[in-house]
Write a new protein. Sequence first.
Length: 233
Amino acid sequence: MKTEKENITFRFVFEDGSEKVFPVEIDSDSFQIIFPKDLVVPEWTTLEKISCPMTNCTAKHFCPIAFHLDKVIKLFDGIPSYEVATVRVETKSRTYSKHTSVQDGAGSLIGILMTTSGCYVLDKLRPMVHFHLPFATIEETEYRIFSMFLFAQFLRQKNGLQPDWQMSSLGKLYEDIMKINQNFAKRIADLEKLDAGINAVILLNNFAHSVTFSLEDQDFSKFEKLFESWLEK
């Protein structure tokens, strides 16, 4: 049976006219990335080298996140994170475009690769990829995460499972995500000549910090104003 694919293409067009293109093929049913048939696994991506901070890691032989990050590192080898490009994200439904830094575009790309790689921690964010919003602000990302999580709790309740309406498990999830991000930032720092990849991961970790802080602080006032009509007695 033929696998249905969802194609997302990241195209970086630099000011000198040169391009760097990174295609992502995702299985339309599972929304996991489609690995190449002939795997060549870089040594640094093996589980022994990665030293994943997650004790329940289900990967075998190599880390699926590291495998795809290796491609990003090689794509931007020698390019500083602050270099400007027009980044186009081409999907089946539409094309997004932004004149921005390489690290901003790479951050969006790495977010997709990490989430669809098959990591058991980041698997829970896969619905976000289906409704991916490239170059999202921290506020947009928080709204999408909170909305996704609460809809997931509705579905859990609908299927006879215990929901978490207080979002306590979301805080634990993002604590684990930050541990993973920090581990990869260290590993990438040892590999890169310049800093596009590591800064992109740090950027993602800043988003994770923001979500965690909002959950700990329980201050959602910036969203409550938008929901005034829903909060009327």
